[in-house]
Structures are given as structure tokens and as C-alpha cells.
Ligand binder design. Sequence first.
Ligand SMILES: [Zn+2]
Length: 172
Amino acid sequence: MACKICDKIKKGSKLKIYEDEKVIAFIEEKPAVLGQITLLPKEHFPILEQVPDFIANHLIVIANKLSSALFDSLNIQGTNILINNGVTAGQKQSHFSINIIPRNENDNINLEWKPKQLDEEEMSTIELKLKEHTAHIGAFEKEKKQKPIPETKKEVIQDEENYLVKQLRRIP
Ligand SMILES: [Zn+2]
């Protein structure tokens, strides 16, 4: 059950560059390129499919901000925001992560593939297979609202008081 990433999150690290209640980001110790960032949900989820929608949403927002930070600080020409989802896809740890990789011309990182030309039968078969499973996408898990904090209660009470005061003023 031990997860190296969960341990690292608990212990903390000098290489931490961002943290909020849901996610945390570290500068990668063994990067493809200097400045590569690893962004993680703080809770343990092995693959993307298991990450709740509201955390997945937040991860992509923060990945975008971290990418902007790389542009601003390193004078780079691009970023790859990369998810290796599953061992076959190159996932090295059992804790879901997003890699944010700074890119420059001639950096010798190869994430490209040679495009294949499909024939019509292959095309229609894959279309049918996929559409069967994409028809019902669209229901999203929402974050549970936290219990109201006393501050909010105060506001409500004040509002009620204000309301009463306004009502009183109307009384001749
Ligand atoms: Zn973990």
C-alpha cells in the first residue's frame, strides 16, 4: 500500500513549488528537461479515471498556471502537458500525475509519432465502437459543499437584522 508519492507529499520537499487544498506540484528531480514540473492530486488515485471530476478540473487549471509560470520564468517556446495514464502508457508511479515539460527548439525530446492512414472500414469500425461508450458522457461529480462557517451565519443574521431595521423604518 505504501506509495512513494504519498510519502513525499506527507514529508514535504524543498522542490515543492505549489500547493493548495487539492493538489501539489514539485520540480522534477529526474526531468527530461530542466524545469519540468510534476503536478499531483494530494489524495491517492492510481489513474485518471479514478480522480473525481472536480479535482481533475482543478488539476488542468493549475497545470495551465504552472505552464504559464514556466513560460514567464524560463524563456521557453512551448510546453507539453502530459499524462501517462497506465503502465503501458509509461506511467512510472501508482499515483496519478501530470507532467509539465518545458520545450525549446532542438531540445531533442521526441513525443511525436508518424500518422497512419486508416482505410474506410477501420474508420467506421472505430467510430461505432467509440460512440457506443461516449453517448452518455456528461454527468459530472460535483464537490460536496462544506459546512457553513460561523462567518456566513453572522452575515445571515446581520442581513436579517438589516431587514428588520428596514421594515421598522417603513413603519410610520
Ligand atoms: Zn499515492
